[in-house]
Design a protein around this ligand. Structure first.
Ligand SMILES: [Cu+2]
Length: 286
């Protein structure tokens, strides 16, 4: 039964040949992880809840007990005790130990976010501009293009009519295309005001500061189309400068990069057609 439900849920995506990672209505948890770092972030969130929830319950219970047990009518002569060494030690040492249990994995995760496990195979510079993103592939023969929010009137011309895959406010004209299972370094900067480059399912969020280059990295595990947004209030169209990263097979990436040097729009269309053809073959194989 569950398989059928999952199958049905993926059907609209299969039809257009792409799995898209994007926010859902009423979502209150993280987006599904697409990188090792995001798996660790998701784990760490649940780990911290094992501390937060019991502590919250304990404090609420103590509070309730004090309110009821020591209210004026039930306890007319309050205790005059001003000091208790055992309690002082307990409520100092206890939190210190708890904080150590939180700090150690937290700092380990922070370090991992700044330290790629291997030398990145590809470096992309992302520049925030009011109000779009400029991307530069730092290759021997560099490639650069602008990525603007997808305008409604451009949907038919670009083959992006399916709003499940190319949602309003998240879809762009030119996606960043990267190979799957490849460590990608992202250099983040801005040309006017502070923006922020964020990709929730990759566990990436870095400020884009004019005159400064911040560095991050990701290694996407799954092919698909991933969406993020500028995450630093940067002016009137802050809400209209989404980030879209398309993770594809390595050979598809090679074909795309070769074609994109001549014509980014054409290369994107050819890539979309190739992904769709592959998905149809895979679907028929099932
Ligand atoms: Cu911005």
């Amino acid at each position: 039964m569950k398989n059928i439900a999952v199958g049905l849920a993926t059907l609209p995506f299969l039809a257009t040949g792409a799995v898209a990672a994007q926010p859902e209505p009423w979502q209150y948890r993280f987006q599904p992880a697409a990188t090792g770092i995001m798996h660790e972030i998701t784990w760490f969130e649940i780990y911290t809840l094992w501390f937060i929830v019991p502590i919250t319950i304990l404090v609420m219970l103590l509070l309730g007990w004090c309110v009821l047990r020591f209210r004026a009518s039930a306890n007319p002569t309050p205790s005059r005790t001003s000091h208790n060494t055992a309690i002082e030690v307990l409520w100092t040492v206890g939190p210190v130990i708890i904080l150590l249990f939180l700090a150690v994995p937290s700092f380990q995760l922070l370090t991992a976010q700044y330290t790629p496990k291997e030398e990145p195979a590809l470096t992309i510079k992302a520049t925030g501009v009011q109000w779009y993103w400029d991307y530069e592939y730092q290759l021997e023969e560099p490639l650069s293009f602008t990525s603007l929010i997808l305008h409604e009137e451009d949907r038919p011309g670009s083959g992006k009519e399916d709003k499940a895959v190319y949602p309003r406010l998240l879809a762009v004209d030119n996606e960043v295309v990267v190979p799957v299972d490849t460590t990608v370094r992202v250099l983040v900067t801005a040309s006017d005001v502070i923006h922020a480059f964020a990709m929730p399912s990759f566990g990436v969020k870095v400020d884009a500061v004019p005159g400064r280059i911040n560095e991050t990295w990701f290694k996407a595990e799954k092919e698909g189309l991933y969406y993020g947004q500028c995450s630093e209030l940067c002016g009137k169209d802050h809400a209209f400068m989404p980030i879209a990263i398309r993770v594809v097979a390595k050979d598809q990436y090679d074909t795309w990069i070769a074609a994109a040097r001549e014509d980014v729009g054409g290369a994107n269309k050819a890539l979309m057609a190739a992904i769709e053809a592959n998905t149809k073959v895979a679907a028929a194989g099932n």
